[in-house]
Every structure is written in structure tokens, then in C-alpha cells.
Design a protein around this ligand. Structure first.
Ligand SMILES: Cc1cc2nc3c(=O)[nH]c(=O)nc-3n(C[C@H](O)[C@H](O)[C@H](O)COP(=O)(O)OP(=O)(O)OC[C@H]3O[C@@H](n4cnc5c(N)ncnc54)[C@H](O)[C@@H]3O)c2cc1C
Length: 437
């Protein structure tokens, strides 16, 4: 190698080191909907060469939770589909150029020294920190729930549920089998409908004896999907009835045991003393979410329900270099409590990414504008969904197609075009195997 060439390479290396030293360090804690979306927007932004983006997460995948119900009930009798099911939902965080990934859990934040401290004791220095740690499932301390029921939050939960369902379906004894799903909000209702739809599809193919597995959906309220209009709630009930889902409304889950659940009837808002024991092969809980314990130990003001209070630019009230978004954030001066949904996390990620670019370029940050109402689309087994799009009620096959379009839109917004396309096609193909019209 001649001298000129060596000098050239040395200069290049020095420029690289210098640019790294002057780069703004953005550390994103949590690589789920909000965190991953901020990271992807930043590395494609106008300041991409002036920033160093690191995601810190104990999980190596950003999970597309809206498809978890499909993983939990997909290809039940065909284990060769397992890999494809997971590949469609899990976006591996270490595959993106421009984003550094540290696989560890944040233990604390030192906002004075500007460090994110990990469970392994290491400290990651930041100039701007983004907290997007999401939420965890709430079991309300129901006896036996932790031990004998499964909640649907991560891909590993979905796979565990799928294995259990597969065992139940392959049990050839003649006895009536039952799956209890507690919580008739969006997640519980979607899963109950898909589970029943899978069972009906297997029965049609002669793989199961007719109606031999019952799906029971219970809730302390008087109807599933209370967030929908009366008209759409009626549609939902009709669809669930068609799929053979047994609805037990005004009923609270009192306890869970190995092969049974205890149920309490609720009369005029008050749970009865008496507990009815109902036998079941498996119980899945979808009772709601709460904040991860780590959030309570962080030095930020919190809403009474645990979410971190943020200003209208989505920064903590105490530190202007720490943003919070998604399930963990609560806008202090907001008109409404934002729902804890992926839609909100993604919408907020646009604002956070834009504000980080503004900070790097020394421009003023802009406010996040809340919405009074959000579109919602809930899959109800097979090629059927219900919901609201642009405020208009929508149901049936049209709603199902729109829901698939929303899935695709997310992947195209965060992934390179080719990999988004492959994921959408593969997802629709592998999940489509479950579906009967
Ligand atoms: C089964 C299911 C179905 C859903 N379906 C829909 C739907 O159809 N539409 C919709 O809008 N919403 C849906 N949601 C809600 C949606 O998933 C959440 O609202 C959304 O994921 C919140 O985004 P987030 O970025 O705040 O958190 P998440 O996406 O949950 O990401 C949080 C990340 O933080 C990481 N993390 C946690 N603790 C730490 C720590 N200490 N250190 C580092 N990292 C940490 C986690 O590993 C995770 O990767 C669904 C949720 C579930 C469970």
C-alpha cells in the first residue's frame, strides 16, 4: 500500500472517530411499537449522520402484538408452521443498519449523569433518552392466575397457548373440553373468536368431533367490546354466537386451578359471595394492563395509575432530554387519557422522532396533538372484523380487509419496502390457513 493511500485511510478513520464523538447519543429503552418506530424514523431522518441510535431491550424482537392471537391459535395441528407464525410477528432488533442494539433490561436511569443503567450493571450514556417500556398484563392478584392461566402479551405466551390448545385438540377422549378466556376487551374477544373459528375449521375438516371443545368468554361487564357502539356490539355478539362462543357476562374470575376456574356472578355491580366452579382444560386471561414495576422506581412524577406524566412534547416533567411514549406515557395537561394501543404509540413515535430532530438541529420542539377518538378494528375469527374507520362503523369482510391493510401499513412504515412486503405476504398466507369464510 503506498503512503498516499495509507494517509487517506487514516484521515477517513479520524473523520469517522470525530463524527462519532460529536454524534448525539439517543438511547431508546424498549424496542416495541413506540421505541422501534422512533429508532427507524431517526435513522431515516435528515440528521441520521449526526446521531447514534441505541435500542436497549431484554428481548431481541419487536413484537407485532395485533397478530399474537393468530400465533396462539394458528396451525394448531401442524407444528411445521410454528417457525413461520413467529417470523411474521417478530421483527429482530439487531438486523437494522444504523441502529445499535443492546440486549439488556434497564434497571434505572441516572438523569443527572445521563446514564441508562442496565440489569448487568453497565451504564449506557445518553444525550437524549426515550422511554418506551410498554406495560405488563394485570392479573389483579386472582388466586391461581399466575400459576395456572396464561396471558397473551409476548410471542412466548402465544406459543405456550398454542401448545396447550394443540394438546387439547388432539385429546381424543369423548368428554367435553372447555377453554375459558377471561376478559372480553379487544384482546380476549379477538382470541376467543379466533380460537372458536379454528375449532370450527378443524371440525369442518373432520379433524375434531363436532363441538367437542367449548370456548367460554367471561367478563365482569354485561357485553364484550364495551368500547364499540351498541350496533357494533350487537354484530359482535351475533358473530360470537355463530362461532359457538359461550358468553358468560356479569361474571368475575375468582380463582384459577389446574383444571377449573372459580366464577362469581355480578349482580348490580356487586360480586356474589358464592363461587361456582367450572371445569376447563385451559384458562387464558386478558384482564388489562398495568405498569412494569421498574417504572415506579424511576425519578419521574406519575399518574395515580402508574403511567409517567409527560408534557405536551412528550417529555418528562422533570427532564427535557427524556421522552416517554406509548403505554407508559400519560399527557399531564391532556384532554383525554390516551388509550394504551399500538396506534397511539406509533402516532407518538412520529412526534418524538420529529422533536429529537428539532433538538439536534436546535429548533423548537412541537406539541403532540391528542385525538378525541381513534379508529379501531377488531378481528372476530376468520375473515371477519368489526370496528370504526374515520368514525364510520364497519364490519364483516370489508372490516377484515381494512384490518389487513392497517397491518401492512405498519410494516411498510417501519421496515424496508422488500422486507415489509415479504412479511405481509407471509403473514397473510400463514394466518390464512386458519380461516374459514
Ligand atoms: C395480544 C395483544 C394484541 C394487541 N392488539 C392491538 C391492536 O390490534 N391494535 C393496537 O393498536 N394495539 C394492540 N395492542 C396493544 C399494543 O401492543 C400496545 O399498546 C403497544 O405495544 C404499546 O407500545 P409500547 O411501545 O408502549 O410498548 P411495547 O410495544 O409493549 O414495547 C415495550 C418494549 O419495552 C421492553 N421493555 C420492558 N421493560 C424493559 C426494561 N426494563 N428495559 C428495556 N426494555 C424493556 C419490552 O421488552 C418491549 O419490547 C395489543 C396488545 C396485545 C398484548
Amino acid at each position: 500500500m503506498n503512503l498516499d493511500c495509507r494517509v487517506g485511510i487514516t484521515l477517513l478513520a479520524m473523520t469517522e472517530i470525530e463524527s462519532r464523538m460529536t454524534q448525539t447519543r439517543i438511547v431508546i429503552v424498549g424496542g416495541g411499537f413506540g421505541g422501534f418506530s422512533v429508532a427507524r424514523r431517526l435513522v431515516r431522518s435528515s440528521v441520521s449522520n449526526r446521531i447514534a441510535v441505541t435500542i436497549v431491550d431484554p428481548s431481541s424482537a419487536s413484537v407485532y402484538t395485533p397478530w399474537l392471537y393468530e400465533v396462539a391459535s394458528g396451525g394448531i395441528l401442524d407444528d411445521s408452521l410454528r417457525g413461520d407464525l413467529v417470523r411474521a410477528t417478530d421483527i429482530m432488533l439487531d438486523r437494522f443498519s444504523g441502529i445499535r442494539f443492546r440486549r439488556c433490561a434497564m434497571q434505572s436511569i441516572d438523569p443527572v449523569m445521563r446514564n441508562v443503567v442496565c440489569a448487568d450493571g453497565s451504564a449506557i450514556p445518553y444525550d437524549i433518552c426515550v422511554l418506551a417500556v410498554g406495560s405488563v398484563s394485570h392479573d389483579f392478584g386472582i388466586p391461581g392466575a399466575k400459576q395456572f392461566a396464561t396471558d397473551l402479551k409476548r410471542t412466548s405466551d402465544a406459543l405456550m397457548i398454542r401448545t396447550e390448545l394443540s394438546n387439547i385438540m388432539q385429546d381424543t377422549s369423548a368428554k367435553q373440553r372447555r377453554i375459558v378466556i377471561a376478559g372480553a376487551g379487544a384482546n380476549g374477544t379477538e382470541f376467543a373468536a379466533e380460537c372458536a373459528s379454528t375449532i370450527r375449521a378443524l371440525e369442518k375438516r373432520g379433524a375434531l368431533s363436532a363441538r367437542s371443545v367449548e370456548v367460554m368468554l367471561i367478563d365482569s361487564g354485561n357485553e364484550p367490546l364495551k368500547m364499540l357502539s351498541p350496533f357494533l356490539r350487537k354484530k359482535t355478539q351475533a358473530r360470537l354466537r355463530d362461532l359457538g362462543v359461550v358468553l358468560r357476562m356479569n361474571t368475575a374470575l375468582a380463582n384459577v386451578a389446574e383444571h377449573s376456574v372459580g366464577l362469581k356472578r355480578i349482580v348490580k355491580g356487586v360480586p356474589a359471595e358464592k363461587i361456582e366452579t367450572v371445569s376447563c382444560e385451559y384458562c387464558v386471561t386478558a384482564l388489562g394492563v398495568k405498569m412494569p414495576e421498574i417504572v415506579a422506581s424511576l425519578p419521574f412524577e406519575r399518574h395515580p395509575k402508574g403511567r409517567i406524566l409527560v408534557d405536551d412534547a412528550l417529555r418528562t416533567l422533570e427532564y427535557r432530554d427524556i421522552f416517554v411514549l406509548g403505554d407508559a406515557a400519560y399527557v399531564k395537561e391532556g384532554k383525554y387519557p390516551d388509550p394504551q394501543t399500538a396506534q397511539v404509540a406509533v402516532e407518538q413515535s412520529i412526534v418524538v422522532a420529529r422533536n429529537i430532530v428539532a433538538m439536534v438541529t436546535k429548533r423548537p420542539v412541537l406539541p403532540y396533538r391528542q385525538r378525541a377518538s381513534w379508529d379501531i378494528l377488531i378481528a372476530l375469527g376468520g375473515k371477519y372484523a368489526v370496528g370504526r374507520a374515520l368514525g364510520v362503523p364497519i364490519w364483516g369482510y370489508t372490516a377484515y380487509i381494512l384490518r389487513r391493510f392497517v397491518d401492512a401499513r405498519y410494516f411498510f412504515s417501519v421496515l424496508p419496502w422488500r422486507s415489509a412486503f415479504i412479511r405481509v405476504v407471509k403473514g397473510v398466507a400463514v394466518y390464512g390457513k386458519n380461516e374459514t369464510p
